[in-house]
Design a protein around this ligand. Structure first.
Ligand SMILES: C[S@@+](CC[C@H](N)C(=O)[O-])C[C@H]1O[C@@H](n2cnc3c(N)ncnc32)[C@H](O)[C@@H]1O
Length: 151
């Protein structure tokens, strides 16, 4: 069973506080209609005024009663520039092809904002991925994640 399906019920208790702290860091960067990619239980999505959540774990997603879609970050089911902001908090580190997911975020939105777990990801490695995805902006270090905001 997928890790997030297995921990879905306890996710908010286990990680909620930590994720809300991360949200505080980037919340003022979110503009307009937002797609929250890998939204999980929607603990962050529901804090955003105009947001849709997408996740590939139904067990996580079913705990969210807002606008939600079951889908894969590598192939977002939206036309180019459907959203103003593509947000992804602590998701890219789990993906098979994070560069592909970043390119998808860039395709469907005007602005990309993400965080990625520091474990296994150095600043150099992220910069390489950003270059590959042709994304420019500010990259800075938080307690557990790196944060990126497209400029
Ligand atoms: C650490 S959780 C973060 C959840 C949410 N962003 C938050 O801040 O609470 C990672 C989430 O990414 C989702 N995920 C993993 N691989 C995915 C994929 N390929 N497409 C969509 N979501 C994915 C997982 O199901 C999980 O809900």
């Amino acid at each position: 069973m997928n890790y997030y399906n297995a921990i879905a019920k306890g996710y908010n208790e286990l990680y909620g506080e930590e994720q809300l702290e991360k949200f505080e860091i980037i919340k003022n960067e979110l503009v307009g209609r937002v797609l929250d990619i890998g939204c999980g239980t929607g603990i962050i999505t529901k804090k955003i005024e105009n947001a849709v959540g997408i996740d590939n774990s139904w067990k996580m997603l079913k705990q969210f009663d807002g606008e939600r879609i079951l889908g894969d970050a590598h192939n977002l089911p939206f036309k180019n520039k459907t959203f103003d902001t593509a947000l992804s908090l602590t998701v890219l580190q789990d993906l098979k092809n994070p560069s592909k997911a970043l390119k998808e975020m860039k395709r469907i939105a005007r602005k990309v904002v993400f965080s990625i777990q520091k474990r296994n990801w150095t600043e150099q490695k992220i910069k390489k991925m950003l270059k590959k995805s042709d994304l420019k902006g500010s990259l800075f270090e938080g307690k557990k994640d790196w944060f990126f905001i497209q400029k």
